[in-house]
Design a protein around this ligand. Structure first.
Ligand SMILES: Cc1ncc(COP(=O)(O)O)c(C=O)c1O
Length: 403
């Protein structure tokens, strides 16, 4: 039986609408952007125009940020981890982040002053690779825990960066707790891409780091003559990425902020369920959280991110795996003059969803509720490339996970 897409319009009580996005003001996020620009590997990732696809499904434009080009790491995640580590080091050194570009951070002088550090984290793959890569550049140690069912290719890519990495017999949220315990017992620093009560600075820096991607997208859209997109679809695991994108757009565009839809894997749809619950509190989802969309397999929301999403986002959508698989196939097999995009499971779900909403009248009500039509200019983020190449081919070549 076909699993369906579920959706819930945001009707939650709004609380601290202005205050919750302070951390993602343009001037704050610009600090992260300047830091990222100091890396030799830095260049803007492409913003691809999918004109043929847009015409085919009846919308005005589709603009897709292709994060498979980010720092040669095949995913956007390093933006967050690298900035958080730099901010942490800046605080330890008692300096402002603006004084600490990449060259300074890797200098012997800084290394001597700070001594040995261990960066500890839990990950489905992409965040851990970003942490391991950054630690490696800094000649520091990293310890990475991956949840049950994690891809061995993703593990190997983390190990190649010199990390001590293992797959644990537990879900993502428990792996986060294990990372925190290890750090506490071994004098490590937890660099986790989600916040909880009492652990907030580092996840805020991570979200600011993701903001670089949103700022680039705004600039790139403008250079294409698009002053602002009408809609954004952004995927969520713990919701840090989605909240970062939402926060940057809300603080720049204010009441003209695009209509933003938060997209989750149905097995780990904690934000969607929180929207359904309706009282504004974040609902957690437990269990094994096995989904094709490994990057979205998180059942507990980032507490800071949730405040932003519940105050600013318009729609929460919960997607079965086939939606992501369709998105991968659509982007990998473009219509005639559209660019070819290699998008992984967590990267492609928003494209799969948008196409389904526009083509399938089962979702007419959702289409109408979002006011998606020929005038819509839609921004999507393909947050990863083929980070698990075997799985990518099983889906795109061999047709696994059809609806
Ligand atoms: C490729 C990819 N996309 C999206 C996400 C979701 O990000 P977040 O957990 O901040 O919601 C992740 C998280 O790991 C990811 O790896």
């Amino acid at each position: 039986m076909k699993e369906v897409i579920n959706w819930k319009k945001n009707e939650l009580p709004r609380t601290d609408v202005e205050g919750c996005i302070e951390i993602l003001k343009e001037e704050e996020v610009n600090k992260a952007r300047t830091f990222h620009e100091s890396f030799g590997e830095y260049s803007k990732t492409p913003l691809q125009e999918l004109d043929e696809l847009a015409a085919h499904i009846g919308v005005g434009g589709i603009y897709l940020k292709d994060e498979s080009y980010r720092f040669g790491l095949n995913a956007f995640k390093v933006l967050g981890g690298s900035f958080a580590i730099a901010k942490y080091m800046a605080e330890k050194l008692g300096r402002d982040i603006s004084e600490l570009g990449y060259q300074k951070l890797i200098s012997d002088e800084v290394r001597k002053e700070l001594g040995d550090m261990i960066f500890v984290t839990a990950t489905d793959g992409n965040h851990g690779r970003g942490i391991a890569w950054t630690a490696n550049q800094l000649k520091q140690k990293s310890v990475v825990y991956m949840p049950k069912g994690s891809s061995l290719t993703r593990l190997e890519n983390i190990r190649k960066e010199g990390a001590d990495v293992t797959i644990q017999d537990m879900n993502y949220d428990d792996a986060v707790r294990l990372a925190a315990k290890y750090a506490e017992e071994n004098g490590g620093v937890v660099i986790q891409d989600t916040a909880w009560e009492g652990y907030e600075d580092i996840p805020v820096w991570i979200m600011q780091g993701y903001g670089t991607m949103a700022l680039e997208a705004i600039e790139q859209l403008k250079s294409l003559g698009v002053d602002r997109p009408t809609h954004i679809f952004v995927q969520a695991g713990v919701g840090s990425l989605a909240a970062a994108v939402q926060g940057v757009f809300a603080s720049i565009y204010k009441e003209k902020c695009p209509t933003t839809t938060i997209v989750e894997a149905n097995i780990a749809d904690c934000l969607y369920r929180s929207a359904v619950a309706g009282d504004g509190k974040a609902v957690a989802v437990g269990g094994d959280l096995q989904t094709l969309m490994a990057g979205l397999a998180c059942g507990e929301a980032n507490t800071i991110g949730w405040e932003i999403l519940k105050n600013h986002s318009s729609m929460f959508v919960s997607c079965p795996d086939w939606v992501a698989a369709n998105g991968m196939r659509i982007l990998g097999n473009p219509l005639k003059d559209d660019p070819h995009i290699i998008s992984g499971e967590s990267g492609a779900v928003t494209t799969g969803l948008l196409v389904e909403i526009m083509r399938n009248d089962e979702y007419k009500e959702l289409r109408e509720s979002l006011k998606l039509d020929k005038d819509s200019r839609i921004l999507l983020f393909s947050t990863e490339g083929d980070t698990d190449p075997d799985k990518y081919r099983n889906i795109v070549w061999d047709g696994e996970h059809h609806r």
